[in-house]
Design a protein around this ligand. Structure first.
Ligand SMILES: [Zn+2]
Ligand SMILES: [Zn+2]
Length: 300
């Protein structure tokens, strides 16, 4: 009886609309969107507690890991409320009864600031961490010993771009395009593509830190890959982290975060070197990590 009355049996979908009558719907990135980052694939896990986070651009230079769920706004202190507007995270008030929070406000691996409204969510994450540990599905990240060269973080050069200083996500010749190809994969083309003008290595004074004392071993000058001399459009291409082809395709979405960070002398002290990366790289034989400069060894 039900089978004869089921419209799906007569070439109709479950809701009564004809099957295979509509052309497939094509989603496109709006040229005016503040971010071209696809939401799919932008989840990750906190390396300290194993809980899920969702990455959003805060602005064009920074990304923030937000807790995946929303919380009642009245439980969250004013200065810890986040909202997602047009795909980007904003630390603003929008009058909504629900808001997002930065994962660090709930991370059970960090000291508990004791915010009453966040205690229940924090407890739930702590329980989940315990479950993940007990079932062997999560191992907290171990801080590698500084003396083990195999565990030393990869070299990331400082890059000057649009008169700002950044820490690049990878050596300059290994930075790849973040755009999505027609086959829906991440583009593998390098930013330093053939027939494009490369930047130049320069030495700049190491920026002063704000609110922190600089380690005595920090070099007073540092090497940076300078892109300020490139045409404005080329600098925009480097900032968007797109190959020449995808820089000319604004409708293409991004599949990954750029990984670039505003340079901070205190946070990024291990990446400060007075010599250009490629010089050190070749001096070390083209493999492994270079020996530290004799007069200004990097801080450990
Ligand atoms: Zn965490
Ligand atoms: Zn590309």
């Amino acid at each position: 009886m039900r089978a004869t009355n089921n419209p799906a049996a007569d070439g109709f979908a479950w809701d009564g609309t004809p099957k295979n009558r509509r052309p497939p719907r094509a989603l496109r990135v709006s040229p005016d969107s503040p971010t071209k980052l696809l939401r799919s694939g932008q989840t990750g896990r906190c390396t300290a507690c194993g809980n899920r986070v969702e990455w959003y651009y805060r602005d064009s230079d920074r990304a923030v890991p937000l807790h995946p769920g929303e919380l009642p706004t009245h439980l969250v202190p004013d200065d810890q409320r986040w909202h997602v507007l047009s795909g980007a995270a904003r630390p603003t008030q929008d009058g909504s009864p629900w808001c997002r929070v930065h994962h660090h406000a709930l991370c059970p691996a960090t000291p508990n600031p004791g915010v009453p409204g966040l205690q229940e969510a924090r407890r739930n994450l702590a329980l989940n961490t315990r479950r993940l540990l007990d079932t062997g599905r999560f191992t907290p990240r171990q801080t590698p010993p500084a003396t083990d060269p195999a565990q030393t973080p990869p070299r990331r050069p400082a890059v000057q771009l649009l008169h700002l200083l950044y820490l690049a996500p990878a050596p300059v010749d290994q930075i790849t395009c973040v755009a999505q190809t027609r086959a829906r994969h991440r583009c593998t083309q390098p930013l330093l593509a053939p027939r494009t003008t490369p930047g130049t290595w320069i030495c700049i004074p190491t920026p002063a830190t704000t609110g922190h004392l600089t380690a005595p071993s920090t070099p007073t000058v540092m090497a940076a890959y300078d892109l300020n001399q490139l045409p404005y459009a080329e600098q925009l291409r480097w900032r968007a982290q797109r190959c020449p082809t995808h820089a000319a395709t604004p409708s293409a979405a991004d599949t990954a975060l750029t990984g670039r960070e505003p340079f901070d002398t205190f946070v990024h002290h291990q990446h400060i070197h007075p010599q250009p990366f490629d010089t050190l790289h070749h001096a070390a034989g083209g493999h492994g990590l270079p020996e530290p400069p004799p007069r200004h060894p990097p801080p450990t």
